[in-house]
Design a protein around this ligand. Structure first.
Ligand code: NAD
Length: 523
């Protein structure tokens, strides 16, 4: 909630999703403050680039030490901020940071190194190279569902290449925004290298139109559209990590026990508030009823509660989500779907929603078409995996998916046929935590990739460099053109036929015309 404090400054009023009690107020940065932060990041940029990759990687190791030192405190504060169980804060927020830091510590030099590339024979004597240079100041706008991880991984990815960063955390989770600010301060990062501007959508909008060189945005499709439109004015590159409606395809030959446990965890971890949450479970008809029965048993043994209750699932972080989840379930129920388990808001304090299984879901229902982002497992019966793939692909989103079969070859074939950014065979969610794999979506799920090599390169400009020894007076392609047409045509036909050596003949004759012109003779 946004309010005004006694000094007349707009504030975020943070209420605990666990207790419903006030946790604190955080001043919202206005346009001027955003500009000042970006200016500090701009001033810090040159020194940060000049410090060199080794120094920057050493700084990243200090981040690792700080996380190690404060892991339990950070997990506690992230859990208080979001309501997620402490185990979730550890495994889905903190775990991946050391994995990524170690991956880049070993590989950043190679990924970012200048390299020689091939030069076609017709460009005789020349050599070609690629180099990368940092874009400058990166604006990072993050959501509330994984407020730590989804901020820190893009931050470190941008910093390693030499960029500086201004982070705008979600107004729903400002406590985690403060954790991140403190972490980089304690790790001894120079002023301006990582700036944090707390605020709401207006603060985010001000960041997009400020003097940043790229926006890395994670959030909803609706906001992503606004961000892209605003960034078009300058224009600056935009990376969009948006929503999903991930398919889980369960073939009749799958290890059913594993598939059931995976469906429950993949759809209900973080109370289903995850972009790569399992949101559509396609089950082959011959095992559908058995699967639903087993899933019901699995879901009904889960416990729901706050971070202090050692529960499997916490509350909904953001009350608005309760309305979306409820409306999807109600609309599906009215349209003929059946709730097998849950389906209701639970008693407070706190915003709890019961883990829900819903069957008989059809394509016209909102629960099928739109992102639900809550603890709901919609199950859809299909004839076979071919129908499942068709349905999975016939959707506005394309973030992640999973395939369940004991035939790994079939699993890979289905994985290849799915239109999305990442697919797991006999697993869920895990690929996002492998730092070697790129992450991102297709269609409405986003534009761009981070993690893996792309994670560093997406914050760099690529520079193409071509070097000629500079000994010839002119190139065969240069002026004068008079008398060159027939040879240019011959060279072209030879190139088309792949006769690269033979193409050098007409080029030599064109060169002779140049020489004669240089000696003052006409062609
Ligand atoms: P959101 O779009 O409401 O907000 C995201 C961020 O954008 C917040 O920090 C918000 O303050 C800011 N913002 C709002 N209006 C803005 C504007 N006009 N200009 C600039 N910034 C603005 O999304 P959310 O509710 O915080 O997050 C949930 C969504 O994020 C879901 O759709 C989820 O699938 C998606 N998500 C995607 C990924 C991914 O990696 N693909 C990861 C997590 C969440």
């Amino acid at each position: 909630m946004v309010d005004e404090n006694t000094l007349g400054k707009k504030t975020i009023v943070k209420v605990s999703p666990v207790t419903g009690k006030l946790m604190g107020e955080f001043e919202i940065c206005g346009e001027q403050e955003v500009k000042q932060s970006v200016a500090r990041a701009r001033r810090a940029f040159e020194k940060w680039v000049d410090s060199g990759l080794d120094a920057r990687l050493a700084a990243m190791q200090r981040v690792k030490q700080v996380i190690l030192k404060h892991a339990e405190d950070y997990a506690r504060r992230i859990s208080d901020d979001t309501g997620k169980p402490m185990v979730d804060s550890l495994i889905t927020e903190l775990f991946s940071i050391p994995l990524f830091l170690e991956h880049y510590r070993k590989r950043a030099k190679k990924i970012l190194a200048p390299r020689k590339v091939r030069t076609p024979l017709v460009f005789q004597h020349k050599k070609s190279y690629l180099e990368y240079f940092p874009m400058g100041v990166i604006g990072i706008i993050s959501p509330w569902n994984f407020p730590f991880q989804l901020s820190v991984i893009p931050i470190i990815s941008a910093l390693i290449g030499g960029n500086t960063v201004v982070l705008k955390p979600s107004e729903v989770t400002p406590v985690t925004g403060e954790v991140i600010r403190e972490m980089f301060e304690e790790a001894g990062f120079p002023q301006g290298v990582v700036e944090v501007v707390q605020g709401d959508g207006a603060t985010g909008a001000a960041l997009v139109t400020s003097d940043v060189d790229k926006i890395f945005f994670t959030g909803s499709v609706a906001t992503g559209r606004k961000v892209m439109a605003a960034a078009a004015a300058r224009p600056i590159p935009v990376e969009l990590e948006l929503g999903g409606k991930d398919a889980m395809i369960i073939c009749a030959d799958a290890n059913l026990k594993r598939a059931v446990r995976a469906a429950a965890w993949g759809g209900l971890v973080n109370a289903g508030q995850m972009c790569i949450s399992v949101e559509r479970i396609f089950v082959e008809e011959e095992i559908h009823d058995e699967f639903v029965g087993m899933l019901k048993k699995e879901v009904e043994r889960l416990t729901v509660g706050g971070p202090d209750q050692d529960a499997d699932m916490g509350p909904i972080t953001f009350p608005k989500q309760i309305q979306i989840v409820t409306s999807h379930i109600e609309q599906a129920r009215e349209a003929g779907a059946q709730i097998i388990s849950g389906g209701n808001v639970m008693d407070g304090p706190g915003d709890y929603f019961a883990p829900t299984i819903i069957v008989g879901v059809t394509r016209d229902m909102n629960i099928y078409r739109e992102e639900t982002f809550g603890p709901v497992l919609p199950v859809i019966k299909v004839k076979d995996s071919r129908e499942a793939v068709e349905l999975a692909n016939d959707h506005q989103y394309g973030l992640a998916a999973s395939v369940w079969t004991s035939d790994l070859k079939k699993g890979r074939t289905i994985a290849s046929a799915l239109e999305c950014g990442q697919v797991m065979v006999n697993d869920v969610v895990a690929s996002v935590a492998n730092p070697a794999l790129p992450f991102g979506g297709v269609k409405s799920s986003g534009i761009g990739r981070y993690h893996g090599e792309e994670g560093l390169l997406s914050f760099m400009h690529t520079k193409a460099i071509m070097v000629d020894p500079g000994k010839l007076e002119a190139e065969p392609f240069w002026f004068p053109y008079a008398g060159k047409y027939q040879d240019a045509l011959k060279a072209f036909y030879m190139l088309v036929q792949g006769k690269f050596l033979a193409a050098l003949g007409p080029l030599k004759r064109m060169d002779k015309i140049n020489k004669r012109a240089g000696e003052g003779k006409n062609a």
